[in-house]
Ligand binder design. Structure first.
Ligand code: PLP
Length: 418
């Protein structure tokens, strides 16, 4: 049985907490690294007595170590892990009851939008989506029934930034503030320290960091909120297994190194795109031209790894670029060590109506990059080649292009030889 440290050691640095919080050599075997406790049940020493665990839906040592590690990284006292980011969003929303109202960031992750608008609505919970970069407009949308303000910053995919501390300062009494901190990760932004009550992550992204596990977590300093969310976690049972918990815990150990590299590479790519004549717009909070650059500088410890841009030449050219990069893989998701490119309108945000997408600026010509930690020179060369391959002033009009199929050297060779 591991002797799991509490992990709440805020005086230690971020990288130290990532590696040690919640983890200690196993007193029985000396195992330095938290083992994968691949067990559903635990043998009790006697009836009515446990060694801290009885059944892995309720708790599991590997999951607990990961929960304590992630709580320590967010500067929180309590964490509940879930089997996906969406299960974590639902876990945070479990503090709501029928009749409650939510005010939420308008350009929120599509899955959260779907849960709020189409699932919670069936349980009598209503939601108003607003531009949360406008503090006054945000709180004007609150009613007497409002119980939760749900924020996502930076937002997906247009990287808008809202002022967490300012929104918290003007909160209505009795309204909780939750922040989906997935895009920033706790390395770049810590909403609890800015006054938020709940922080949610899709740990699938930067926290686990290798695109090989799906998970989520809710973190809070409030013991009563933690109790309610843990009750939901155990009652609904949408928990991560021991192996997924282990992968997440292992990935999170290098979060500081990875986030610094993601931010560095993304800054280089955003600057490269911004100076190209054939790119109409670049969205990245690290650019001084970004409308909330100063706020991002204050609120975050870096600008993150997501860059969105609109190449000139319309959707046809955008799709041709996405299909022709060799390193940037055409895929949804983000936050892994590998670079990805996606077309939000047709991929991540396809569940929104065309009108909703238009309002959010998620048009067919927008591309989103999840910038990985490869050598930035290679990433720049890949993008340069893809952009140069396609003249946006071409005689036939780039919008008429048929999207090319992505080439794969490895799979191509394997399929040919089979
Ligand atoms: C900001 C944000 N929140 C939540 C989620 C949902 O996470 P998951 O896919 O792990 O369920 C995502 C997924 O892309 C996301 O980008």
């Amino acid at each position: 049985m591991p002797n799991i440290k509490s992990g709440h050691s805020p005086q230690r640095g971020f990288a130290t907490r990532a590696i040690w919080a919640g983890q200690e050599a196993c007193p029985a075997t000396g195992a330095t690294i938290m083992p994968v406790y691949q067990t559903a049940t635990f043998t009790l020493p006697q009836i009515g007595v446990t060694r801290g665990f009885d059944y892995s839906r309720t708790s599991n040592p590997t999951r607990l170590a990961m929960e304590r590690q992630l709580a320590a990284l967010e500067g929180g006292r309590h964490a509940c892990a879930f089997g996906s980011g969406m299960a974590a969003v639902a876990g945070a929303a479990s503090v709501l009851s029928s009749g409650d109202h939510v005010v939420a960031t308008r350009d929120i992750y599509g899955g959260t939008h779907r849960l709020f608008a189409h699932v919670l609505a069936r349980y009598g919970i209503t939601v108003t989506f607003v531009d949360t970069t406008d503090v006054q407009a945000t709180w004007s949308a609150a009613t007497r029934a409002t119980r939760l303000l749900w924020l996502e910053t930076p937002s997906n995919p247009t990287l808008r930034i809202c002022d967490i501390a300012e929104l918290v300062k003007h909160r209505r009494p009795g309204v909780l503030v939750a922040v989906d901190n997935t895009f920033a990760s706790p390395f770049l932004q810590r909403p609890l320290a800015l006054g938020a009550d709940l922080v949610v992550h899709s740990t699938t992204k930067y926290i686990a960091g290798h695109s090989d596990v799906v998970g989520g977590v809710v973190i809070t300093n409030d013991a009563e909120l933690a109790r309610q969310i843990a009750f939901h976690q155990n009652s609904v049972g949408a928990i991560p297994g021991p192996w997924d918990s282990y992968l997440t815990l292992r990935g999170a150990k290098t979060l500081a190194l990875r986030m610094a590299a993601h931010s560095r590479n993304a800054q280089g790519i955003a600057e490269f795109l911004a100076q190209r004549e054939d790119v109409a717009e670049v969205y990245y909070p690290g650019l001084s031209a970004h409308p909330a650059h100063q706020l991002a500088k204050r609120q975050m410890n870096g600008f993150g790894g997501i860059v969105s841009f609109r190449p000139k030449g319309g959707a046809g050219r955008a799709h041709a670029i996405a299909a022709s990069t060799e390193i940037f893989s055409l895929a949804v998701s983000l936050g892994g060590v590998e670079s990805l490119v996606c077309s939000p309108a047709t991929m991540t945000h396809a569940s929104l109506s065309a009108r909703e997408r238009e309002e959010l600026g998620v048009t067919d010509d927008l591309l989103r990059l999840s910038v990985g930690i490869e050598d930035v020179e290679d990433l720049l060369a890949d993008l340069r080649r893809a952009l140069d391959a396609d003249d946006w002033r071409g005689p036939t009009g780039a919008g008429e292009k048929k999207p090319a199929r992505k080439k794969s050297a490895v799979w191509g060779a394997l399929l040919r030889s089979s």
